[in-house]
Write a protein that binds this ligand. Sequence first.
Ligand code: SAM
Length: 260
Amino acid sequence: MGGKRKFGQHFLIDESVVRKIIDFASISPDDTVVEIGPGRGILTSKLSGVSKRVIAIEIDRRLCSLLQDRLSTYKNISIINADALSYNYDEIPERFKVVSNLPYYLSTPITFKLIENRERIIDMILMFQREVADRIIANPGTKDYGNLSVVVQYRAEVHKLMDVGKGAFKPIPKVNSSVIRITPRKEPLVKVADEDLFFKIVKASFAYRRKTLKNNLKNLNFSDEFLGEVFKETDIKPSQRGETLSISDFARIANFIYSK
Ligand code: SAM
């Protein structure tokens, strides 16, 4: 694997896609924007023109020096050579928007990291590999619905903005992309007594997609008898599959188990 490929570097070359991303972000002159992975700066320079300031976090040192040169006349851009996964977002004093064409290989962990920092974030316009975008926005009862859909939608409103074909990038990637908006919720979608327990139950419910909910939950070492009580009290069928449950169904299960 070449040095560049390892950072998931597929650069946007289609100006019309860049324009649409900037429009979707509806940035005002008071906004601070964080861009993860500015690459060669195609989005960065446009973001600079519409915002108060841009904080661009790029892991590749060589790209950082290229950007320092290329963007030196833009006074409101700070280029930070850091890993977006370990960067301390508390260093940014004000709340901010995030705009990014995410590196595919890290898009899920970066999304989780951003969601951890949700109180600091106004909203995010993010480009993902299409399959990942589809999983994030999926509704119950669909093949894409799973742990990622529940974890993100519990914390944020999600909305697909556009599909982007492979030809918009250089080098051309193997997969298609989609841009979605993720807006952190002030309060989670449903009330959950113990979030760790809730996430554990969600994860276990999707662990083996062909298994029933009951069989998946048995892996958490609950007895048959106890699970019988859980299903009865929450009015959920033990034969259902995880992907048929809404986020509030999962919350009902977790809250009942917590109360025992
Ligand atoms: N924004 C540019 C564009 O649209 O043309 C580049 C997008 S490219 C898909 C992803 C960028 O993220 C690359 O510049 C890559 O070096 C950078 N990157 C990869 N891993 C990163 C990480 N952990 N933290 C920050 N940037 C990262």
